[in-house]
Each structure stands twice: as C-alpha cells, then as structure tokens.
Design a protein around this ligand. Structure first.
Ligand code: NAP
Length: 294
C-alpha cells in the first residue's frame, strides 16, 4: 500500500459509514512533522459545522524534502485529493511542481495553499499564499494600517507575507534580521528599509511590531526583542505558534508591557479561513474554526 492510499484509509470509520466516506474529497496538510498541526482540527470541525463532512475530510501527512515531488504527483494522480496546505519546509520547494501560481504568492515567494481542479480529464494545480491574509485580518481588527510604521523581525517566508500584507494596506516597513543580507534582499524586493537585529532601539518608535522568526516555538527559546523596547502604544503580533505552546514568552512579555497583543493562532485561523474558501467554495464558519484552535 502506498503512503497516499495509507492516508486515505487513516481514521477509516465503521463499514456502515464507509460508503459515504469513499466519495469524500481529501484535503491534507503536508509539513515535516504534521503531528503538531492544528489544521485538521480546524478544518474538520468546520466541515461538520456547515454540514459538508460527508463531502470533505482533512488529514495530516508528514513529508520529508526528499518525498515532496513524489507526494505532489501522487495527489495530482488521485482524484480524491482536492486541497493541500503546505507547511515548513516545503513552501518554496513546492512552487516549481505547480501549473499556476497566484500573483500574491509569486510576489511573496512562497505557496502555503494548493487547489487541485479536475475538469474534462485535465488536472490543474494552482498555488496560493493565504499567510498574508492571516496577518492582515487580525491587524485590521485592531488598527488601521494606512500610514503606520511597521517593524518586522525576521526575513523568512512569514516575514515576506507580513511585509506584503501591511504594504498592501499603505503602511511603511523596516525589516530587522539576524542575517542582514537577507533583510536587505527582502527590503529591496518590497522597496522598504532593512536593519540589523543587533540594534532594535528604534522599534520603540514603530506603531506595530511583527515578530516573524522561528524562535519561540520551544518554551526555552530566547526572546529576540528586548522586553524594554515594547511599549503600551504598540500593536505586537507574534506569528510563532506551536501546538504545545499556546502563548510564547514574547507574547506574554508584550502583554505584560501593556501592548495590544496578537498571537500566532490568530494568523493560523485567518490563513485557514481563506484556505477553507479556496478548497470548498464555501464561506468558512469562523467562530467554529476559532474555537477548534484557540
Ligand atoms: P523561515 O523562512 O525558515 O525563516 C526563519 C527566520 O527566523 C529567519 O529570519 C531567520 O533568520 C530567523 N531565525 C531563525 N533562528 C534564529 C535565531 N536563533 N536567532 C535569530 N533569528 C533566527 O521560517 P518562516 O516560514 O518564516 O517561519 C517563521 C515563523 O513563522 C515560524 O515560527 C512559524 O511557526 C511561524 N508561522 C506561523 C504561521 C501561522 O499560521 N501562525 C504561518 C507561517 C509561519 P536568518 O535569516 O538569520 O536565518
């Protein structure tokens, strides 16, 4: 049995239910360690809530870098598969394996969502990025972005999505990163400023701080932004999330300092809301999805 056949059998219910299950479309999250993903809880609860759990199911699949190409071809060739959520470390590597890529995903340089359309014997895989929506929506619920100064710490995929999101809304951006050359490259792509992680003094003047490195996923990880630099006037967004760490140390520090705080699960929620719409063509039951993960 192949790994994909194995996947479509996982959590197989009783024989009585199996006839309906056989016809369900499968959406799947692929990442290095899918055991930690909260996406299956979020999407499956949403399918149940709007009465489409007999049409869709959502499953986790751990995929290594070596397995990526074969896995995507497997999804392409199996008509049960409808949608793919793409996690670390595959968001860039998956791009050459697709037929079309949405302009926002091209600009950001990463795909976190793949929709598989099948019509008249043709199969088309289209890549999207919904991470930037996961950053924009929680911010807009708290603050207007036009004219605001945004400090982004990190220069990887999440930072690129954050930069795209806030620039779209008319904010200005400065990127700070451990590897300064990477910050400069990002800044050049998006026509904004870059600075070193070694001197964060001026982030005190920003309106919004977005932490987008991968430090904070483990309880003992260091805080890259000194607590003293976080002020009550800040909107502070820590995009980091981990199944076992509901709140990072940085998030807790920002709350202690009186900042308006946003956590990584809220980003997960809103990128998932858009994914749900792309996979199912239906509006997502946001409150149900929120309850499943927050
Ligand atoms: P990535 O592309 O690998 O980028 C990692 C970033 O972290 C780089 O800027 C890197 O700096 C920095 N970094 C790593 N270790 C560091 C250290 N010890 N000290 C200082 N900087 C360090 O990763 P990504 O895809 O952007 O993901 C970043 C975070 O976003 C992850 O924690 C992930 O959980 C989170 N995320 C959350 C969601 C959500 O839905 N909430 C979605 C996507 C991502 P260098 O360039 O110097 O290496």
């Amino acid at each position: 049995m192949s790994r994909l056949e194995d996947l479509s059998m996982k959590n197989e219910p009783t024989i009585k239910e199996s006839e309906a299950i056989d016809n369900r479309l499968i959406c799947v999250v692929i990442t290095a360690n899918a055991t930690y993903s909260l996406s299956p809880d979020m999407h499956n609860r949403a399918y149940e809530a709007i009465g489409i759990a007999d049409q869709f199911t959502y499953k986790p699949l751990s995929v290594t870098e070596e397995e990526l190409e074969r896995t995507i071809e497997g999804f392409r060739n199996d008509e049960k598969f409808r949608g793919i959520s793409v996690g670390v470390p595959h968001k860039q590597a998956v791009m050459p394996l697709l037929d079309h890529i949405d302009p926002a995903a091209i600009k950001i340089g990463a795909v976190n969502t793949i929709v598989i359309d099948r019509e008249n014997g043709n199969t088309v895989l289209t890549g999207y990025n919904t991470d930037w929506i996961g950053i924009r929506e929680p911010l807009l619920k708290r603050i207007e972005l036009k004219g605001k100064r945004v400090a982004i710490v990190g220069a990887g995929g999440a930072a690129r999505a954050a930069t795209y999101a806030v620039l779209q809304e008319g904010a200005t951006v400065k990127i700070y990163n451990r590897t300064l050359d990477k910050a400069k490259a990002l800044a050049q792509d998006f026509n904004c400023e870059a600075g070193s992680l070694d001197d964060l003094t001026e982030i005190q003047e920003a309106d919004i701080i977005i932490h987008a490195t991968n430090q904070g996923m483990k309880p003992g990880d260091p805080m890259l932004i000194p607590e003293d630099f976080i002020q009550p006037h800040h909107v502070f967004f820590d995009v980091v999330y981990h199944r076992d760490v509901p709140e990072t140390n940085l998030y807790k520090a920002a709350r202690r300092k009186g900042a308006t705080v946003i956590g990584g699960r809220e980003m997960l929620l809103w990128q998932g809301v858009e994914q749900f719409r792309l996979f199912t063509g239906r509006d997502a039951p946001v409150e149900v999805m929120e309850k499943a993960i927050i």
